[in-house]
Design a binder for this molecule. Structure first.
Ligand code: FES
Length: 119
């Protein structure tokens, strides 16, 4: 069992079993969270990891810039350690960018995005 601290919610703490996504576990505790697709496609549920380690191997929606800024996708991640996270839309300050003002550099893209599938 891990402890999740919501740093932008007065450091509220929740125990999670780590058998389901952090989104499902926190919703079960009554935490009000934004979400949409619930399969890692829309990034509505993005949160910012402040401290701790998560298993994010199932997420495919974030690019390297977003990952480097600490973003995680709550609907497809599980906690590997106790974690502190910022949740909700106010944590999305670095999530989106204007592509005309800040074009992505090649290293910002995931290496596998747009790569043709091998037959
Ligand atoms: S709810 Fe769509 S990515 Fe999590």
């Amino acid at each position: 069992m891990m402890t999740i601290t919501l740093t932008n919610r007065d450091n509220a703490r929740y125990k999670v079993m780590c058998r389901r996504s952090l989104l499902d576990e926190l919703l079960d505790h009554g935490v009000d969270l934004p979400y949409g697709c619930r399969y890692g496609g829309c990034i509505t549920c993005a949160a910012k990891l402040i401290e701790g380690t998560i298993d994010q191997s199932a997420q495919v929606a974030l690019n390297n810039r977003q990952i480097d800024n600490g973003y995680i996708i709550l609907c497809v991640v599980g906690a590997k350690t106790d974690c502190s996270i910022d949740i909700g839309m106010e944590s999305h300050d670095l999530l989106y960018r204007n592509p005309f003002l800040e074009p992505l550099a090649p290293q910002d893209l995931r290496a596998d995005v747009g790569a043709p599938k091998e037959a």
